[in-house]
Ligand binder design. Structure first.
Ligand SMILES: NC(=O)c1ccc[n+]([C@@H]2O[C@H](COP(=O)([O-])OP(=O)(O)OC[C@H]3O[C@@H](n4cnc5c(N)ncnc54)[C@H](O)[C@@H]3O)[C@@H](O)[C@H]2O)c1
Length: 420
C-alpha cells in the first residue's frame, strides 16, 4: 500500500501532459494534474479541453474518475510518481529550460523520500543529470537514486494521429541508476503497451533528438529537390509517390511550405546547442534548418511569379491562406510556416486573410489576421494558398473556384492548380 495519496502527478497539462494524465486515470491510477496557467486549469475542470486529441467527453469521463486538476503545487508532495511535461522552447534562438527549472523547483519544495521523478520535456542530452538532479537535491537535502528516484522518458505523441496513440506507441524509458530504471519501467508498463529501456538518461534524451532531426533533415532534402525539380520542370509529387512504391530502403517525405510545431523546428537546435559546447556543429542540422527556413519565402516567390504570369498586381492583391496550423487536422499554429508566409506577404502590402476550421485567431506582427468565416467566399480572392491539408478541405469544390490556387501540400487533385 503506497503512502502517497496519488499514484501520479503530471506537471504541465498541454499536448503531452493531458493525454498522459487521462490515460493513467483511465488505467485506474489516482492522478493529479498541476498547471500554473489558471485559465487552463479552470477550463479543464469545466471539461473544456484545449488539446484536439482529447475530446471534452473523454476529459469529462476522466474527471469522473480519480483525477484532480489544480494550480496548487502542494499536491506534488502527495504523489508517488511525478512527470514533468512543460514547454522547452527557444528564447533568442537558445534552449530555454526556465519552465523545466521552475517545475523542478516546485517538486523540490515538496519532495519526499520514495518519490519518483520523470522528465518528459524534450531537451538536450545531460539535462536530467545536470539541471534537474542538482535542483532536486539542493532544495531538498535528499539524494537522487537513493532517497528519491529519477529518470527521463521522451514523449512521442503525434497530435492528430489516430493510428499511433499514447497507448500503442512504444515508450523509451531511462533512469539515473538501475533502481530508478526498474521503477520507471514498471510504471509506464502499467499504462502503455510496450516499454523500451535504454541504459541512461542521456541516451534517452538523445533518442528524441535523433527522431526529430531525422525528420527535419529528410524534409529539407525533399524540399530542396522540390525547388530543383521545379526548375527542371519535373513533377516532384509524382516522383515521391513513385519512389515510395519501393517496399524497402526508402521512407517517403513530402515537400511543403516549411516545418512547424513545437518539435521539428526546435529540437534539432537543442542538439546543436549541446554539440557546440564541445566545439562541434551538427552540419546536417544547420543545413536542413537553412533549407526549411527558406521555404516560406520560396512559396511567396512562386506566388508572385504565378500572379505575374496572370498579370495580377501583387501589391494590394487579396490572398487567402487555407489552413494556418502547422499540420493536418489540428489547430496548433506554433512555429507554423503560415506565419512566415503571411509576414512576408504583409511586408509586400498584400491583403491577407485566412480560413482554418481549427484556428480561431492568428496574430502576426502583433496584428490579428482577418479570418474568413465561410469557405464559400474563396472565389473573392486573387489567389488561394493551400497551406495545411485539413481533411475538411476535401469537400471544397476547387474546380469551380475562379481564384488562382497554389497548393503547397500536393494533397489535392485539382486541375486548375499550381503546386509547390
Ligand atoms: N506537442 C507535441 O506534439 C510534443 C511531442 C513530443 C514532445 N513534446 C515536448 O513536450 C514538452 C511539453 O510540450 P507540450 O506541447 O505539451 O506543451 P504545452 O504548451 O501544450 O503545455 C505545457 C503546459 O505546461 C504548463 N506549464 C508551464 N510551466 C509550468 C510550471 N512551471 N508548472 C506547471 N505547469 C507549467 C503550461 O501552462 C502549459 O499548459 C515540450 O518539451 C515539448 O517539446 C511535445
Amino acid at each position: 500500500m503506497s503512502k502517497f495519496k496519488y499514484n501520479l502527478a503530471v506537471i504541465g497539462l498541454g499536448y503531452v501532459g493531458l493525454p498522459l494524465a487521462i490515460e493513467a486515470a483511465n488505467c485506474k491510477l489516482k492522478v493529479a494534474g498541476y498547471d500554473t496557467n489558471e485559465s487552463v486549469v479552470n477550463n479543464l475542470n469545466k471539461s473544456v479541453s484545449h488539446v484536439e486529441d482529447i475530446s471534452d467527453k473523454v476529459l469529462q469521463d476522466a474527471l469522473s474518475k480519480d483525477f484532480l486538476i489544480t494550480s496548487n503545487s502542494n499536491i506534488l508532495g502527495d504523489s508517488e510518481f511525478i512527470v514533468i511535461s512543460v514547454p522547452t522552447p527557444l528564447t533568442d534562438y537558445q534552449p530555454d529550460l526556465s519552465y523545466v527549472e521552475e517545475a523542478t523547483k516546485s517538486i523540490a519544495d515538496n519532495l519526499k523520500k520514495g518519490q519518483i521523478i520523470v522528465l518528459e520535456s524534450t531537451t538536450y542530452p545531460g539535462t536530467t543529470l545536470e539541471i534537474v538532479k542538482p535542483i532536486l537535491e539542493q532544495n531538498s537535502n535528499l539524494v537522487a537514486g537513493e532517497d528519491f528516484l529519477l529518470g527521463y522518458s521522451p514523449e512521442r505523441i503525434d497530435p492528430g494521429n489516430k493510428e499511433w496513440t499514447f497507448k500503442n506507441t512504444p515508450k523509451i524509458v531511462s533512469g539515473i541508476n538501475e533502481k530508478s530504471l526498474k521503477k520507471i519501467s514498471e510504471f509506464y508498463n502499467s499504462i502503455i503497451n510496450e516499454v523500451v529501456e535504454v541504459s541512461g538518461t542521456r541516451e534517452a534524451e538523445m533518442v528524441k533528438l535523433i527522431e526529430n532531426t531525422y525528420r527535419q533533415v529528410n524534409i529539407a532534402m525533399v524540399n530542396e529537390l522540390a525547388i530543383l525539380s521545379n526548375m527542371l520542370n519535373i513533377d516532384i509529387w509524382e516522383v515521391v509517390d513513385a519512389a515510395k512504391t519501393k517496399p524497402f530502403g526508402f521512407q517517403s517525405f513530402r515537400p511543403g511550405p516549411g516545418v512547424g510545431g513545437h518539435c521539428i523546428p526546435i529540437d534539432p537546435k537543442y542538439l546543436s546547442f549541446k554539440t557546440r559546447q564541445i566545439g562541434q556543429p551538427v552540419r546536417f542540422v544547420e543545413l536542413a534548418q537553412e533549407i526549411n527556413n527558406s521555404m516560406p519565402n520560396y512559396v511567396v516567390s512562386r506566388i508572385s511569379e504565378l500572379m505575374n504570369k496572370k498579370e495580377i498586381l501583387f501589391k494590394n492583391s487579396k490572398i487567402l491562406i487555407l489552413g494556418v496550423a502547422y499540420k493536418k487536422d489540428i489547430g496548433d499554429t506554433r512555429e507554423s510556416p503560415a506565419i512566415h508566409i503571411i509576414e512576408s506577404l504583409l511586408n509586400k502590402s498584400v491583403e491577407v486573410s485566412f480560413y482554418d476550421p481549427f484556428v480561431d485567431e492568428l496574430i502576426v506582427n502583433n496584428k490579428s489576421i482577418s479570418k474568413e468565416l465561410v469557405v464559400e467566399n474563396i472565389s473573392d480572392y486573387d489567389i488561394v494558398i493551400i497551406h495545411t491539408p485539413h481533411t475538411a478541405f476535401n469537400k471544397i469544390d476547387f474546380e469551380n473556384i475562379k481564384s488562382l490556387i497554389f497548393d503547397t501540400t500536393g494533397s489535392f487533385s485539382i486541375s486548375n492548380v499550381e503546386r509547390l
